[in-house]
Design a protein around this ligand. Structure first.
Ligand code: NAD
Length: 259
């Protein structure tokens, strides 16, 4: 369905981003991977995607906390594949603490990687998309782009900001056939969430299984969303069916925000 399109997926060496890369590649999309991992793991990942889906795959080492790296990543996609048609802003980090104890450097890092990186990537990708009158931008926000949880000031602020940025980009670019949407997942079992499970278990003196059960109380369905479901939603947002969906936060949260 997306044969010949070229996509950048930030933070695609792990978790949700990796699943998104698989889902887009399965539709024939060439993929520019990004994120941290050792060289052997990255080489293996590039090869796996190339061989499994017969698409072009490359890797950008851009650090999403650095504006220049981000512009270079978009430039690399143009240079290597010819254009950046799809941009998925997925890279993200988490840190939890009450506001009055929240370390300044953690606040700055979360705002930089979870919010400003998307701004810099969109800014760099838009001129090419506008020239070609085509673009699909998907920002991986969170239920925390819509509601709050305690101890997540920076994350909640960044994700609410990302939903706002999504809407502005959408209304500024509608006439160029460029859509910009946000996906708002509830819990997805990835390394980022495993760390929270382990931290909660330790802090509360309970088993990881009990910590998991307590976390899932937020979701009526009491089970995790799967990374490949987020990948499927990204494909949907890039499909013709979603061609006039723009500026929308798409929720996939097992009922978390329905309550
Ligand atoms: P993860 O930790 O498994 O993956 C994060 C990815 O981002 C990795 O590839 C990592 O290398 C990359 N990354 C981190 N810092 C980076 C930087 N400075 N530069 C470049 N890459 C960097 O996490 P995940 O759970 O897959 O999260 C992916 C996105 O989904 C995040 O934006 C997260 O906020 C969002 N999200 C996750 C959940 C969840 O429950 N897991 C729920 C809602 C939203």
């Amino acid at each position: 369905m997306l044969k010949g399109k070229n996509a950048i997926v930030t933070g695609s060496t792990s978790g949700i981003g990796l699943a998104i890369a698989h889902s887009l590649a399965a539709e024939g999309c060439n993929i520019l991977l990004n994120g941290f991992a050792d060289k052997a793991a990255i080489d293996a990942l590039v090869k796996e995607l190339q061989q499994t889906y017969s698409v072009q795959v490359d890797y950008s080492p851009a650090d999403m906390s650095k504006a220049k790296d981000i512009a270079d990543m978009v430039g690399m996609c143009d240079r290597v594949f010819g254009s950046a048609d799809i941009l998925v802003n997925n890279a993200g980090i988490q840190f939890t603490a009450p506001v009055e104890q929240f370390p300044d450097d953690k606040w700055d890092a979360i705002i930089a990687i979870n919010l400003s990186a998307a701004f810099h990537a969109i800014k760099a990708a838009l001129p090419g998309m506008q020239k070609r009158n085509y673009g699909r931008i998907v920002n991986i926000a969170s239920v925390h782009g819509l509601v709050a949880s305690v101890n997540k000031a920076a994350y909640v602020a960044a994700k609410h900001g990302l939903v706002g940025l999504t809407k502005v980009v959408a209304i500024e670019n509608g006439e160029h056939d460029i859509t910009c949407n946000a996906i708002c997942p509830g819990w997805v079992h990835t390394p980022l969430v495993q760390k929270q499970i382990d931290d909660n278990a330790k802090a509360q003196g309970i088993s990881p299984e009990d910590a998991t059960r307590k976390m899932l109380e937020k979701q009526a369905m009491k089970r995790f969303n799967k990374p490949e479901q987020i990948g499927g939603l990204v494909v949907f947002l890039c499909s013709d069916t979603a061609a006039t969906m723009t500026g929308t936060p798409v929720i996939i949260d097992g009922g978390w925000t329905a309550e």
